[in-house]
Design a protein around this ligand. Structure first.
Ligand code: ADP
Length: 205
């Protein structure tokens, strides 16, 4: 089964696009979802985080204080590297397992792998055969990410500055969906590109 990487900057609409692929029956593996699962209560990685970074990053109920921890690692490159060394191999292993399970269980001709930082991280280069970028104007990225995550404009801009530029992302895309319109338009565009992917996947099988 062909694997298509879905990527885009913060707030570009990756999660909405992935939801629409799933709605129309395409298997989806999402690295952000996996990262979330791996840091849930009861997961060994959460215990490692508490041991390495301190119990201060846990809420009273033992769950991860995601806002506090995200700010901490975002503002401390050395700490971020420590977290990446801990969590990236686990995310990679779980993603490979989910892709293999889909290959086994689904008859769809392709599956989607959502990789928010595809071009910042070459671990997935050999896994995906095509790259679909969800793109939108930076002004939309900023307002959507601010509303979704209760972030200030400067916080969203700082995250955008830590990601590859929009021009780089677009230059590396095989396909681009522009998400400057309504959610309905985005969903329609996903359905259209799905038809195209089905045709090309069947031809290249
Ligand atoms: P990403 O996963 O790329 O960070 P999301 O898919 O979560 O982005 O989108 C960011 C926010 O913007 C979400 O709240 C989402 O519902 C909203 N959003 C995405 N696309 C649109 C759109 N075309 N119109 C209105 N809101 C949108």
């Amino acid at each position: 089964m062909i694997v298509i990487a879905l990527t885009g900057g913060i707030g570009s609409g990756k999660s909405e696009a992935a939801r629409q692929f799933a709605n129309i029956g395409v298997p989806v593996v999402d690295l952000d979802v996996i990262a979330h699962e791996l840091t849930a209560i009861g997961e060994p990685i959460l215990l490692d985080i508490a041991r390495i970074f301190g119990n201060d990053f846990l809420n009273k109920d033992g769950s991860l204080n995601r806002t506090k921890f995200r700010e901490h690692v975002f503002n401390n490159p050395a700490e971020r590297l420590k977290l990446e060394a801990l969590i990236h191999p686990a995310i990679h292993a779980r993603a490979l397992k989910q892709l293999a399970d889909n290959n086994h269980n689904s008859r769809a001709p392709y599956q989607i792998l959502v990789i928010p930082l595809l071009f910042e991280n070459n671990r997935y280069e050999d896994i995906a055969q095509k790259v679909l970028v969800i793109d939108c104007d930076e002004s939309h990225q900023i307002t959507r990410a601010m509303a979704r995550n209760q972030l200030t404009e400067s916080e969203v801009k700082a995250i955008m500055n830590a990601q590859v530029t929009r021009a780089t992302r677009l230059s590396l895309a095989d396909e681009v969906i522009t998400n400057n319109g309504s959610l309905t338009e985005l969903r329609e565009n996903i359905t259209l590109i799905h038809k195209k992917f089905i045709k090309t996947c069947i031809v290249s099988k």
